[in-house]
Design a protein around this ligand. Sequence first.
Ligand code: NAP
Length: 272
Amino acid sequence: MDVYGLIGNPVEHSLSPPMHEAAYDALGIDARYVTFEPAESAGVVAVESAATLGVRGLNVTIPFKQNVLDAVDPDGLAARIGAVNTIDCTTSPPTGYNTDAAGVQRSFSHHGVALEGTVVVIGAGGAGRAAAFALADEGMTVRIANRTVERATALAAGVTDAEAVSGTAEGHGLDALPDLLAEADVLVNATSVGMEADQSPAPAEALHGDLAVLDAVYAPLETRLLRDAAAAGATTIDGAWMLLFQGVEAFERWTGREAPVEAMNEALRGEL
Ligand code: NAP
């Protein structure tokens, strides 16, 4: 039996075990997906130990996404983003990937949204970094708006300076959103706004019917941003799609097989 897993702290509410085990069941793979909760200081030791014990692959969540970089050889995208959420433990050293980026890209492509033109990314934390680099890699013009404007500017400079990236980026404060959204084709909410309270990070009157909107927030599934966007006639994509496709990408990296997307989606949405 193969073992895959997740390291994070806390991990008790993770939706990854049912999603991945649905994939093993659908394809008849003899494997289990286990959650591990090491101490905050033990991310590197956890990765090294997992590899030693024969765990084939790990997902990585808060607070370990940055510090496991010391235990892996990151691919180019993960190195640019500066965070790893998926590890192939069968290589030596283990290989680090950032499949949150693929989660963003594949959420749009699954919904038939062309990744061209201009994207506004609200947020410059972990999800914002993954979205900004992923969409710049697609050649999009990336406009990052963040509450702390210095983080947006620093992220934009990092994207623009990255040699392998074909798109460009600029950083702004949240007050620029009405002007930025007027010219945008795509919007990603990569802040936590909408999770705790029924609030939106973007002014409703700035949303329009030519936008495709992905909200990284998946609890609740129907956020105020997505309700406002639907009312404006925009295409809306909830955060469970991003969660699904980061898992789909991880499964495919680990097994080399095409993921059973429908089975994984059904299992995931059954938990939400
Ligand atoms: P993070 O690194 O802590 O970053 C949080 C971001 O939200 C920062 O840009 C922060 O701005 C902004 N923010 C927080 N509170 C705000 C407020 N009241 N008003 C405006 N901006 C605010 O978190 P993260 O890991 O990027 O996660 C962000 C969200 O994405 C969470 O809801 C998380 O669950 C979700 N997420 C979803 C997926 C998925 O697969 N669907 C994957 C990853 C993350 P400052 O820089 O000014 O603090």
